[in-house]
Design a protein around this ligand. Sequence first.
Ligand code: FES
Length: 105
Amino acid sequence: MPELIEVCALDDLPPGAMRLVEWEDLEIGVFNCAGTVYAIEDRCSHDDGPLAEGEFDAEHCTVECPRHGSRFDLKTGKPMTLPAYVPVDTFPVIIEDETIKLEVE
Ligand code: FES
């Protein structure tokens, strides 16, 4: 069964903002792209770079890995540029009672 975890109030993650959450042994980056919230695993599929620390482009809804520069689509987790070529995990985001929640399993 998937589990729902609370991230924060929607107001606390305005458009253009990112925050990290931990769940079990996972770190997950939660990003607000112009009002829609997306969540991806904070670990680059190329060489485990800390993706959520990379440059977040809220307009194009991408993040650039700080290690070797692969750019990832936050909506799908797919890399758009090399050297990464394998998608990273994404997590369904649910907004309930003005609170951001993630579905994890
Ligand atoms: S670790 Fe992310 S591009 Fe290499």
